[in-house]
Write a protein that binds this ligand. Sequence first.
Ligand code: NAD
Length: 443
Amino acid sequence: MNVTVFGTGYVGLVTGTCLAEMGNAVVCVDVDAGKIERLGRGEIPIYEPGLEELVLANHAAGRLAFTTEAAPAIAHGDVIFIAVGTPPGEDGSADLTHVLAVARTIGQHLGAGSIIVNKSTVPVGTADRVRATIADVLAGRGIAIDFDVVSNPEFLKEGDAVNDCMRPDRIVIGSDSAKAITVLRRLYAPFNRNHDRIVLMDVRSAELTKYAANAMLATKISFMNEMANIAERVGADIEQVRHGIGSDPRIGYHFIYPGAGYGGSCFPKDVQALHRIARAGGYEASLLQAVEQVNEAQKSRLFELICQHFGNDLGGRTIAVWGLAFKPNTDDMREAPSRRLLEQLWQAGARVQAFDPEAREEARQIFGERADLVLCEQAQQALQDADALVVVTEWKAFRSPDFKVLATRLKSAVIFDGRNIYDPLAVEAAGIAYYGIGRGRSV
Ligand code: NAD
């Protein structure tokens, strides 16, 4: 099938590449000429495990092309995906500028019937706005073309995006057009062989499903962080509590890890946007508001623990930070808890020696050159003469350090474990003080 994808970010590039891998002829369009140029040269602008090999192979095979030129790309697509960003607007609601710009572009160049599939996370009612925008522009051109607008929200996880795209848990299709559903069933058939993962629904329900999924996941994290804060105060260990509640199949073990707060390009903005969507509908979503509040406070938790340990005296200290990305296996630092921590440490007069396996370049872009930040090439290098180690992202490579060696590198032996990846007793046995999240202990 001939497919066009607008947006070559995490969602667009991965979707386009996986569709090309299944034999479709895919054209990816982006307004960022630099990005398109890099992709054309075989340079992948994001880190996503397994993506580079697939992009290079499909590009070389002629099934995956990159362009800034919308007109030929629109003429190419039997199916046209919209996978552009929907960042938070000033009031927290989703900013649809990019989505509606693509709709206008489609309206300007559409020459024959097509199926427009929205993958961006958008407020309920956006498919109607996209449809109306395209229809308006077509009317301005004095032509009428039959087209469908489908909601097909994306559920891939950064860090495992290729795998999620190749083996989706579910493929939500919101449409009332039998023709569009048939075409999308055909397009997704190679991803849907083992059992039927397609969940058909109306457009508005599909749009809300994406927000509901992210809000539920964010709620689980804030709930566990709330429990961790209680555990800390009553001398209980949240890790034991986590095992205790996860064993109930109604609760389960997935996604109940306490930590330094959720970040990334989706949960913070989607919880906020859903809150605004609810308010616009006349409903005050107090649970969502609490989820956001708990998360905001949690992002400062590591800094509070560090201040407490050093008696609020961080001036001139050097803090080693392991992990800058908002989660492992990505270089994405959007809304990452590390960003809040670094700003707080700098404000308190500390220097930071940071290491992340993939996000070093991203951090350089965000923070620029500054005297109080060293972006290290090795994890061990970050420890040299540091007053403390703070683990912010749970990369696998951080999980089993030799604590005895670590103690010799650090100037003062203390670990702040923002993801509870270490056994406090093992750390303390190496003569290192340990602070975790919600790890109050009575002994
Ligand atoms: P991104 O910021 O990584 O990429 C968006 C891309 O769209 C950029 O390359 C940008 O230049 C391009 N773009 C903007 N306007 C354009 C236009 N008019 N024409 C062509 N390209 C244009 O975004 P992302 O992380 O891929 O997210 C895209 C959407 O998918 C968002 O709505 C997001 O909420 C949703 N989503 C993201 C994830 C994720 O894990 N990142 C998962 C599921 C859903």
